[in-house]
Design a protein around this ligand. Sequence first.
Ligand code: RNT
Ligand code: ZN
Length: 414
Amino acid sequence: MNSLSYTVAKEQFAAVGVDAEQALNALQSTPVSMHCWQGDDVGGFEREGDLTGGIQVTGNYPGKARSIDELRRDFKFAQSLIPGTKRLNLHAIYGDFAAGVVDRDAIEYQHFASWVDYCRELGLGIDFNPTCFSHEKSADGFTLSHPDDGIRAFWVDHCKRARSIAARIGKELGNPVVTNVWIPDGFKDTPVDRKGYRQRLESALDEVFAEDLGSDNIDAVECKLFGIGSESCVIGSHEFYLGYAVTHQKWLCLDMGHFHPTEQIADKLSSVQQFVPGVLLHVSRGVRWDSDHVVLCDDSTTAVMEELVRGDFLPTTRIGLDFFDGSINRIAAWVIGTRSAQRSLLKALLEPVALLRQFERNGDYTSRLAMLEETKNLPWGVVWEEFCRRNNVPAGAGWLNAVKTYEREVLSKR
Ligand code: RNT
Ligand code: ZN
């Protein structure tokens, strides 16, 4: 039975032409891909060592997952506090190397088979990423654009293997995997041969993508403006990958932290979606730089979700999360970020788009602005509570008590 407050809220939305039930169904069927790397500060299980590649996790909150079993336990718990459809986003360094660690150019499906069992049990799809950082062969900052033929070939092999592992995972689960290629390549200071690096990157990508793997794998490429140590030039820039994705009909990954600090990706979606087959989102929150803070239900996240709904882009978009905060409880970070992305999407799904569009078409920008403001008061929070109730997860901060108990009983003993 619906709650009384939901019944009232539903009527309020109906009065502006919005079907709350339809919004709930759309939210239920839109997966959010939760990144495994929030659980252990992008460490992985392949080797000890620093995180390199121009990305950084700050904070040393106790209780970080130290093994594949700990990460699996933490992730299983985190996703149980989140409503709706979830996926698990894996990086290649998170393989199951119990039988022995192999180098990146030798990873195989068998290293990920136990993740497939794990996700099958939890009813989750999987997404995948080659790991082109935190390795001695990327220590000088270059991978697929490296001037050394041998090093470039190593990373080409790694990315090829990642793609075929992903295709096999997609086949096993009957659920296509998005494989996202992000490389750190870039210069701290002004280069003189940008062209050479970009030409090498293009041909390396051509090699990586040469094999047709069918529909179990979806390729995406992720652009970036700057990183720590690559402030002056990133080889895989927005223009580079937009051009590559359009030419080769790959999905483009847009990370919210990968542009100028005040530049928003919401405005890019309707342009990019006209020319590429799909968009992978890395929902993140940059604070002053690509800091990968925990996602909030804030204006920029909501603006992105609004564009997805307004443009009817949900069928050709995969929503993935990409943040890593080691300064707070990492499980809480997952829960806060994922639920905030979903709440932003729900707000967008409850927007009276038809009405607003009509105002706009009539040139009545006064009414458009007035309604955009007035709808902020509509009781979307009540619809969110109903969504949580139907999914058997705590609606309000009730999940926090569960996380605190887990912290006491599990994390504090690590
Ligand atoms: C780095 C990119 C990339 C990574 C992950 C770990 O700037 O955003 O997506 O965060 O692959
Ligand atoms: Zn990203």
